[in-house]
Design a protein around this ligand. Sequence first.
Ligand code: C2O
Ligand code: CU
Ligand code: CU
Length: 510
Amino acid sequence: MGLSRRTFLAGTAALVAAPALAKRSFAREPGAPLPIPSLVDLKSDPQVLEAIAGKSSMLAGATTPTLGYSQPYLGPTLRVSRGSIARPKVLNRLSQPVTTHWHGLHVPAIVDGGPKLEIAPGASWDPELLIDQPACTAWYHSHVHHRTAQQVYQGLAGMIIVDDPGAPDPGLPKTHGVDDLPLVIQDRAFDSDGHLAYSSRRHTMMHGFKGDTVLVNGAVTPKASVPAGLVRLRLLNGSNARIYHLRFADDRTFHQVASDGGLLPKPVALTSLRLSPAERVEIIVDFSNASPVSLLSGPDGNTMMGGGMMGRGMMGGGSDNPPQAAGGTEGEFDVMSFAPDRNKPAAVSTLPAALAGAPTPNLGDPVRTRRLSLDMHGGGMGRGSMGGGMRGGGMRGGGMMGELAINGRAFDIDRVDQELKRGETERWVVSANMMAHPFHVHATSFQVMSQNGQSVPYETMGLKDVVLVQGEAEILVRVDQPASDAVPFLYHCHILEHEDGGMMGQFTVS
Ligand code: C2O
Ligand code: CU
Ligand code: CU
């Protein structure tokens, strides 16, 4: 046992007394051109990704220290191709350990980049990733135990595009940076020096960190110049905790064509969508009327007080809510804007009726059921809870050990929680308390069967590796990649403060 209760409380008091985030003294200037990260093809030769410390210009006149992979903030978009071996070489130029997890790639645990695979300062890591999965949008990020939230917050993340050259062409826009845009959406806070502000206060750890400034690809509410036609947006919620409720300011209809694990069978018409941490969606937006438009988000009401219920306009804004959007309903804020340009030719002018090459769900019948309860607050709640409030571990890494757990047990890097058999389909019943939790499983795409007893049509959700659990979700999981006791896979809440704080478990696959 680490700290006594008394020491623990004293530590808490000191942290709470720390000054609140100061008022910005640098202007956010929305409307900067959307940065497009460079595209790095991992199809053939090894490519170096260097974890570096950099300086970014995010606020007018300020220099913001950040982290990135081979660039000051975030990393290049990596393109990998089904049937080939990707050979990234990760070099750690930082003075702290990093890892690089390929979130959404179906690769063995030994190359998955989880917390057991730390790259020491100055060291490098050369995994070989055999790509064998449908085309999709995935991402990569550091995953060091107790440090994931801070490292991703500082910038250690990037997008991955998986191509499938053997699949039929779905007929969607695909020119990177032109009519196929990677959009990494994140919320950040800045202190009076224009530096990224982070708080390890207990409140932040429990609710997850939310900032009042929205970045897309590292720029504050930027503007994208797009062709006046159909454009594909690959949206990644790269935020620590914020759930976005996205819509266009003119309430136009757009079409979702893919979720985490790849294409949907056919485009699904929407006027708004919810994107929780680590989720990806691909949407097709029609800009052919050439009118400029903003992408807005409603406030995130996912707090313990909010009881996990959310919806646009429900909770109003807290101090961490970004500024009210001019044309938005109460609490809505700007994410970015689009300026269609008639001089940019649009390569695709009609939306396909069906998406050729979309994966078909073929998980079969489950051979067993596992129950995972995503627990907040020890205190005798939840199955197998240790009960009795505070347990050992104290403040290590900023997490409140013992208050965040799965099936009553906080994450232990030396403990395997579940043993799976390779290729066997299982039914997992995942339940959440106090808040909604975005539940993620490494190394696979799963199918969401039902949420709170309501069945979920595959056609609308497709294959997922993150599902927002609000109450209870039932998912079908099959893992085809191996994981040993030495380097297991992970499942966890993707609110990064919850993950670091113990709402995470490990599993082997043999
Ligand atoms: Cu995106 Cu275990 O993480
Ligand atoms: Cu992952
Ligand atoms: Cu959570």
